[in-house]
Every structure is written in structure tokens, then in C-alpha cells.
Design a protein around this ligand. Sequence first.
Ligand code: ATP
Ligand code: ZN
Length: 293
Amino acid sequence: SKIKDMSAEVVDNNPYSRLMALQRMGVVENYERIRDYSVAIVGIGGVGSVAAEMLTRCGIGRLLLYDYDTVELANMNRLFFRPEQVGMTKTDAAVQTLSGINPDVVLESYSLNITTVKGFETFLASLKARSSDERSTGVDLVLSCVDNYEARMVVNQACNELGQTWMESGVSEDAVSGHIQLLVPGETACFACAPPLVVASGVDERTLKREGVCAASLPTTMGVVAGLLVQNALKYLLNFGQVSPYLGYNSLKDYFPAMEMRPNPQCSNPACVQRQKEYMESKPARDAAAKAK
Ligand code: ATP
Ligand code: ZN
């Protein structure tokens, strides 16, 4: 029995100590700050649900989950949802699973369509709730995990209006490629600045959903894209490593094209143009701050 007691001391059963080891090893300066952060995830499907689970297991402070759909049997070729959750809203089913995994995370479930007038209002209001002032939101990052152009344009609109940094993700209709992209209003290209990407390098980014076509999906590609997305979200929030401006994933060639996109001064989105103007105007102050460092 003495030996058993000893091993109990050596084996650390606290999952957080594995994460805190990142700090001891000098990867992250202050891992515990993760508890202070709020992340909004739009689209709790093949990518968004896995991203939500990863952030939950990392001990994120608060997750806001948005989706208009219910869990279907057709979703079972992806990760996260279980057959007994069929019929539940995806956001409620996610809260059920995630609260069981980590009860410390504050979870908010929004079963709504962000492209409707009412849905958009609720979406904006939920992002702004808990904000400390007019010009800020109560969330630190928005992750877009939707599967259609219209919804992405709406996330783009909301984030441009609020000056909210967000990350976009997508998986192609043939399920073999994907991408993630960082969007900082005024600083990087917004989703309206450039048409949906068709990268010459062999990554086909047809993230537009065609009506009446049954899209393919793989848990692997979606899991990889969710992993890349959350890895970059952690780097952004906890301030370590380099956050990828754009990272593609071509699973057939195991090829990861990277690039950067400047905002388009002729962007069709007025809020984007306004954020670009503000970004240019604040350049002297930013340069001075960088020099002082
Ligand atoms: P399939 O196309 O095979 O049925 P899916 O619809 O679950 O899959 P995913 O790519 O797994 O697609 O996930 C995308 C998620 O984004 C879905 O859960 C979908 O309901 C959600 N979504 C898409 N558009 C909106 C929107 N306008 N408002 C809220 N959620 C949205
Ligand atoms: Zn733009």
C-alpha cells in the first residue's frame, strides 16, 4: 500500500498541469490567462464542434456557440456529436458534451441563423455584451466555421463593424482540402476585399456550397482544419509563436501553402474601408509604441 501511495504522488491527475507545463518549458509566458478569454464560434459543424472541444479541454474561459441546425445522423461521419443527440440543436448538444468535459467553461448556446435580421441582431448583441466600452466587444476572438459564402459575409460584416479580429476556416466540397485565415479589420484583407480564394498552387478552395449537391466530408480533413484553427487561436490569445495570416491544407499532396493578404482600398464593404482608414491614421502611434518597446 505504501508503493501505491508513492505512485499517486508522482502521477499528476490534473489535466491543467500538462497545459501549465507549456509555461515551465518557456513556450507560453502565462498560460493561466486562457481563463480570462472568451471565444465565439459560428457554425458548430464538423470544424466548429471540434474547435469548441479543443478550447474546452484547454480551459478557455467562455465559449459562445452559434448554429441554426440540429444534429442529424448524417453528421456521424464527423467527430464530436453522438447518435443519441440526433434532433437536439447543435448548440445545445455541444453545451451538453462540453460541460461534461470541463464544467469550468462558461458556455452560451445561440440556436439562430446569423443571416436573418433577427439572428444578426442577436449575434451582434451577444458579441457586444460584457464589453467594457462602446468600441470593444466582450469576446477576444471570433472563429468562423460555417460552410457557406453568405454566412461568412455576415461574420465579416459583424466583425468589420465591431473592429473584431476573427479567423475564418473552410473545407472544400470534395473534403480533401481546407484553409484557415486571420482577419484583422483594417489591417488584413477582409472577406469582401478579395473574392473567395482559388489558389493557383493546387489547392482548390470552392467553399461555396452548391444547391442540391451532396458535399463530401471527412472527419480527418475537418479535424486537421480545426486543429490548425485552434492552434492559431491559442497563439493569438496567449501571444506565442506566429499566427498564420493564411494557411491552406491540401491533403492529397500534404501541402500547406501560406500567404498574406493586404486589405483592398476599393473594398465593397464600407465598414472595412473605414477600419482601413483608422488603421492608417493610427500608424504613427503604433510606430512610436513599437520603438518604445
Ligand atoms: P452537411 O452539409 O454535410 O449537412 P453541415 O451542414 O453540418 O454538413 P459543416 O461544414 O459540418 O456542415 O458545418 C457548418 C455548420 O455551420 C453547420 O452546422 C451549419 O448549420 C452552420 N451554419 C451555416 N450557415 C449558418 C448560419 N447562417 N447561421 C448559423 N449557422 C450556420
Ligand atoms: Zn474589405
